[in-house]
Design a protein around this ligand. Structure first.
Ligand SMILES: Cc1cc2nc3c(=O)[nH]c(=O)nc-3n(C[C@H](O)[C@H](O)[C@H](O)COP(=O)(O)O)c2cc1C
Ligand code: SF4
Length: 594
């Protein structure tokens, strides 16, 4: 073991910032992070043991106790549920004689749930020793069980088990044709750096990761910082349930994404970039390393052959199962080898990011679009979309429709058009923007995809009338409670209170007063949470309570119906209560009482 760790440390230059990568390798090799390992790492990396333990405890793919030789995680996204995951999970547990959430006594197998693995168009999906297996069914489970019983190493399992399809069903300006390798860089240096930034500005490109900040402004602010070292980070954490477009872009358009990062580096003056790849996309890691090697070979990375004197390289760092690490400041903490706890903002990453140096963090799709704009100029992009939302958006469509997959639309496209294209029928509603977005009902299908109206990082999940909307709300509310990083009280306590309160109502034990209390917790979470996760964690409840109050009412226990009870009036009271000045104190009381 010592030899393995020493070699690993050498490969990682004994850099404490690479702690997460080091721990991932040790976990994969020994199935846990032992006390002895922690001692060695603390000594060699010159960091506290407690710091290492806090990192192991933070990330769901790292463990202080041994996992099974076959570590199986089933994706627990609502789309996996809709595709039959719960029954398959029970069947797998029975066949392998392992309790869900535990490791079998003989150490052969562990079985657990994990948050959405980004395979919503081809679920139910699993991760086996970190590798994705989509399209599970009973037959595939039987085959997996046999392979495990025979103790066949995962690397010898049939290759087609691991085949992940792209499912690009409606390409447009961005997906129709890829740029030639080096084309964006050549255009950038021929046109000039400042004029290229002006083209990005003219294009109106706004960040595709959700918040929609102007890309040109972000790059400009970063370039203006009075520092000699700057970084470029591509956010490929893609943890929002229902989103899988970045997976496809990295599988089939990687060189264009990397070139977008390189154009950004040239403009802001950076020598080092990072791709923060979510741990769930481990299957993409080696192919992406291969793309980087090719780009170095042809002089598009490293010492640049297009422009003498320009040097830039990209390193891939894997995440380890923490949704919060998609939040840019948490991502930076994670890249620095720490738990992914969001920083106070300001300062923003453009002024103090990775290692406190100016840093641009952009989504995968943003870099893809930027490379295209560097080639075609800003106007062609700006001609598409709406006044405030220029260009095309790539959607991940899943749920109840004939053709789930990747669709590209100009901003301003109505929901009804999208539903027709993907073959959705008898629709109850659509969750736009993942759990932190909104649930829209049939009356709203003329609403449009845009920052002005329905904003989304890419998630578009369709539900037909056979579904129970409260299953969706429960899944999302549990997701937030599991993924809260626990740093601030309103979110740590609020998400777990929401989960308890919602479960009570859904299990038929709730009274009208419980619904009022539920909305009160929602408002407190929204108002006092430190970061976007907590601030949006109540959205699944709030957006459905507003549109379908009767669904909640139908679950209340019989005796709770008081004559003349008016749920709307009670909710109004809750809203007033939620605006009280002493909210924070009230939450503390709730916490104490909980
Ligand atoms: C809880 C949370 C999770 C997030 N996850 C992602 C993610 O997976 N990918 C992403 O690009 N942005 C994500 N974001 C947004 C990032 O913080 C950041 O705004 C984005 O990476 C900036 O890139 P853009 O300007 O290209 O959109 C998340 C934000 C929050 C609050
Ligand atoms: S809001 Fe939630 S996820 Fe964000 S910092 Fe607070 S506890 Fe962590």
């Amino acid at each position: 073991m010592k030899q393995f760790i020493n070699d690993l440390l050498q490969i990682n230059d004994y850099q404490a910032v690479r702690l997460l990568s080091i721990l991932r390798e040790i976990q994969a090799e020994f199935r846990f992070i032992s006390k002895e390992t922690i001692e060695i790492l603390a000594e060699e990396l010159n960091i506290e043991r407690t710091q290492i333990i806090s990192v192991v405890e933070f990330y769901s793919f790292l463990h202080l106790q041994p996992r099974g030789q076959y570590d199986i995680l089933l994706s627990d996204s609502i789309t996996d549920h809709m595709q039959g995951k719960p029954l398959l999970m029970d069947y797998l547990s029975e066949q392998l004689n392992v309790v869900i959430g535990a490791t079998r006594k003989d150490g052969l197998v562990s079985l657990d749930n994990t948050a959405c693995t980004g395979m919503c168009d081809q679920g139910p999906a699993a991760l086996i020793n970190g590798l994705a297996i989509p399209r599970l069914d009973k037959k595939r489970i039987d085959q997996i069980v046999d392979l495990i019983k025979q103790q066949t190493p995962v690397c010898d399992w049939p290759e087609h088990f691991f085949k992940v399809a792209d499912n690009i069903l409606k390409p447009g300006l961005l997906l129709n044709t890829q740029i030639q390798q080096g084309e964006a860089l050549k255009s950038t240096f021929t046109r000039g750096l400042k004029p290229t930034l002006e083209e990005i500005d003219l294009s109106g490109l706004r960040g595709r990761g959700g918040a929609g900040f102007s890309t040109a402004m972000k790059w400009k602010f970063c370039s203006e910082e009075n520092e000699s070292v700057r970084y470029v980070i591509c956010n490929a954490d893609e943890g929002e349930p229902g989103t899988f477009k970045d997976r496809v872009l990295l599988n089939s358009y990687a060189h264009q994404v990397f070139e977008g990062m390189t154009v950004c580096a040239a403009i802001i003056g950076s020598k080092q970039g990072f791709l923060y790849l979510r741990g769930e996309y481990l299957h993409l890691y080696h192919p992406l390393q291969q793309v980087l090697r090719e780009l170095r070979k042809i002089g598009l990375l490293g010492k640049n052959s297009v422009q003498q004197g320009f040097e830039f390289d990209i390193e891939i760092r894997l995440g380890a199962g923490a949704y919060i690490c998609g939040e840019e400041s948490a991502l930076i903490e994670s890249l620095e080898g720490k738990p992914g706890i969001p920083r106070n903002r300001p300062p923003y990453p453009v002024t103090q990011g990775y290692l406190n140096k100016p840093t641009v963090v952009n989504n995968v799709e943003t870099f893809l679009a930027a490379a295209k704009i560097a080639v075609i100029g800003g106007q062609q992009f700006a001609d598409l979309g709406t006044k405030k939302s220029k260009g095309n958006k790539i959607l991940s469509i899943s749920g109840d429709c004939e053709k789930p997959g990747i669709y590209e639309y100009p901003f301003g496209t109505p929901v009804s058009q999208i539903l027709t294209d993907c073959g959705a029928e008898d629709v109850l509603g659509v969750q736009v923007g993942g759990p932190s977005g909104s649930f829209i009902s049939t009356q709203e299908f003329d609403r449009t995809l845009s920052f002005e109206d329905l904003s989304t990082g890419g998630s578009f999940i369709i539900f037909n009338k056979s579904r129970d909307i409260l299953d969706l709300v429960k899944n999302f509310t549990h997701f937030f409670a599991d993924e809260s990083c626990g740093f601030c009280t309103p979110c740590r306590v609020g998400t777990s209170l929401l989960k308890k309160q919602l479960d009570k109502i859904l299990d038929g034990y709730g009274s009208a007063g419980d619904v009022v209390a539920l909305e009160e917790i929602c408002q407190l979470l929204k108002k006092y949470s430190h970061c976007g996760l907590g601030q949006t964690a109540a959205n699944p409840i709030l957006t459905t309570l507003e549109r379908f109050p009767e669904v909640y009412q139908s679950r209340l226990k019989e005796i709770s119906y008081e004559p003349g009870f008016d749920l709307d009036a009670s909710l109004e009271t809750a809203r007033r209560l939620a605006n009280r000045d002493d909210d924070a104190a009230h939450l503390s009381q709730v916490e104490e009482g909980s």
